[in-house]
Design a protein around this ligand. Sequence first.
Ligand SMILES: Cc1cc2nc3c(=O)[nH]c(=O)nc-3n(C[C@H](O)[C@H](O)[C@H](O)COP(=O)(O)O)c2cc1C
Length: 650
Amino acid sequence: MPNAYLQNYPHLCAPLTLGKLTLRSRMCSAPMGFPDLTEDGCLTEGAIAFYENRARGGAAIVTVSEGCVDYAHGKGHGRLINLQNPGVLAGLTNAARAIRRHGAAASIELNHAGMLSAFDAPAGAAGDGNVRYGPVDALMPNGTVVRGMTKAMIREAVTLFQCGAALVKRAGFDMLMLHAGHGWLLHQFLSPRTNTRTDEYGGSLPNRARLTLEVLDAIREAVGRDFPIELRFSAMELGEGGMTLESAVEFAKLIQDKVQILHVSAGNDADFGVTHPPMFSKAGCNVKYAAEIKKHVHIPVATVGALGDPELMEEILSTGKADLVCMARALLADPELPKKVEQNRTEEIIPCMRCFMCHAERMLTQTRICALNPEIGREAEARSTPPARQRRRVLVAGGGPGGMQAALTAARRGHRVLLCEKGPRLGGMLLSEEGIPFKKPLERYVEVMSRLLAREGVEIRLNTAVTPAFVAEEAPEALLAAIGAEPLFPPIPGIHRENVIPGTEISRRLAEIGPRVVVLGGGLTGCESALFLAGEGREVTVVQRSALAKDANPRHRPELLRRLEASVKLRAGYTALAVTEEGLLCRSPEGTEELLEADTVICAAGLRPLASERDALRGTAPIVEIIGDCDRPGLIRDAVFRGHHAALDL
Ligand SMILES: Cc1cc2nc3c(=O)[nH]c(=O)nc-3n(C[C@H](O)[C@H](O)[C@H](O)COP(=O)(O)O)c2cc1C
């Protein structure tokens, strides 16, 4: 008889035995580098806590990343674990222990960036420390010079992988992941696009795979028979001349007897939107590659990319498309996802919206952050959050993301919380994105937060505006004011005409929006609204004075702009002069007046805080904290983080 707690997701919850190692389920934490490392590439306490948290959340394998086997010539970017530094051993050992003590298998990714190595010196600068090595001599598009590896260098690279493997085994890892995808060194040899060698390492697939096979043999020699190796590779790459699915199948067949898991990813370094599917891609869009590979091999196959929905993941396993599902971003948004699946608490899973905040912040600030999870990046600190010393009566004004998070955190700390929302539903500004297909996870987020608030015993009063009189009547000990913002209308003639709809109302008033639309304001919100409306069959023009979507993060922005360019007319450098019955009158960058004809003008010129309502609340309770858009309009992250911390400060 099946265990009652596992019957909803029997495939996801099934163990998998790999020789002497048994994985507790099929849900794994994909490799994610944690940027908080020391200068010489050692794991910090913060980094260890990050991986430990993934294990605590129930993942079957937690893959620490990224172990660089050649710190001098194989660093893909500035923050990697230096497997050549003897000082790294203690941190690695502590990480492996931290993962294992929560019942997960500890794994670590080994990689060499080859021709994509990054140095602190400017691209192209030669000199001993700044030479990139790859399969053949090459000049990168950014001017960087790459030298083809000699056979002696190839032998050295093989030895470095072997040394790295020996080190991680000594540190107590249960298994390792060898990275042969995403455009790094082993992929560079596998791909006919980058490998045009004419010796035994180039040409036919067996020749191009030779380096990977040699590395695997060397690693096996170092780690022994009972140490599982997971091989990560890309089953396709975009553009001409790269790896195809057919060659990936051949490669998988060639390699399968040397590894225990084939981890099928897709794309190379130039295909960021393939390796990391953006919010615009379908959930599980890369599963088809794993499914094809699986038909041809006899060992377990893992799939990765835009996964996190338990129903979809169960279906992938139950229909035999893969044996394991790996998640990166979904486990940032909710590290407890695997545990919630096992405990039939899937309705509590905070979904990832694939906004790329996590990836972008690594680039921008070398920090780890998640828009919806205020504890990511500070797990060590979060673990020791104490219950409230004094149980207070807390009134939260406003049911948007900041208010909901504030109420949840306050309730979890033991405060008695009343959350008032002036509208008929929770969600605040997030409701303005309802119905936008690529924002679906936000709808789910609001549902989940509403449920969690109810479970934590938060009293929710809808259709209730919090005024000073209301606060006086309730007499809370603390007031957390998250009352939001309102649309900003630029002071131009006609802006309040009937043919103008604020960007915050497009999904609610979609039926009123005519076939020709001009979006006034090409910030992130305006651009996303334009893309949505184009998808709804409207002919859309976006008008923006400066660069489009410049407030979007640098990972999301190119994906957004690429899609916009394909479906929307873009008018950057235009100044709006007036709204008329015919559309939007603008001044072009050349200084001429141009009427952009439209049935509807969407005003997406930004938000302004509800300042007078906010200021009226100051001083109405012993503690008053101002949260989110009513303080300063910003991203969801800003509201969620501020709400969480305001509640922690109580
Ligand atoms: C913040 C972040 C860091 C990542 N770091 C690594 C890494 O160090 N090595 C690697 O092979 N992949 C890395 N990835 C890629 C993931 O392992 C995964 O393949 C990709 O994010 C797609 O999965 P997802 O849709 O579940 O996020 C990273 C992804 C994210 C979001």
